[in-house]
Design a protein around this ligand. Sequence first.
Ligand SMILES: Cc1cc2nc3c(=O)[nH]c(=O)nc-3n(C[C@H](O)[C@H](O)[C@H](O)COP(=O)(O)O)c2cc1C
Length: 217
Amino acid sequence: MSFLNKIRCAFTLGQGLLIENRALQTTDDPIAFFKAWLREAENSGIILPESMSVSSCTLEGRPSSRMVLLKEVDQKGFVFFTNYNSRKAKELEANPFATLLFHWNMLQRQVRIEGRIERISEQESADYFHSRGRGSQIGAWASHQSDELDSRETLVERVKMFEQKFKGQEIPLPEFWGGYRVVPDRIEFWQGKADRLHDRFIYQPEQQSWKITRLNP
Ligand SMILES: Cc1cc2nc3c(=O)[nH]c(=O)nc-3n(C[C@H](O)[C@H](O)[C@H](O)COP(=O)(O)O)c2cc1C
């Protein structure tokens, strides 16, 4: 962590609890509200504030969670990238609902997002794939994500094989890799406050706009 980020973290620590005027303001647009909170998390020095838990659920009702990185957010939803053959992808394809969870501890904030999941277009995935470093692109080809791996050497060998295969050329988007978008139908903003009297607001789509409800902490 850089010196500047350490100062930022120290400065931000506990603000949600101590400073009264950090009361949650509801606005009409939860996406704009989310972006403002993400920006504040970035500015507070939190490392990887865009990391989030994504939970999927099997058809038998068995949930599983893991961290991923949020790469895009707009009115259409929240996008992350992964391997379409991974465990999460198999669960999401069978049961296309997911929940996302952000926790920005320095700010005493949590955001919970629930909704239907969809694949983004191949073109959008290709655009993002080609914006990544060459090493990450090779890594995507080399990893059979979530499958059993007999040894690290096997993985290193596969990396070498793909480096050789794509030497001197643009690396194509693997057909088994791309983005998922969570189209939100419930977004909860949680702001920690003193004496456990936290602020909670949920946004749910209603006709062309959003219904906002305050919940008990
Ligand atoms: C901070 C963080 C960010 C991560 N970002 C991603 C990501 O964007 N995409 C991804 O597929 N895996 C990411 N991972 C790895 C996943 O947590 C997980 O190990 C992997 O996707 C396999 O999950 P699965 O077997 O449940 O499909 C990240 C892990 C951490 C700790």
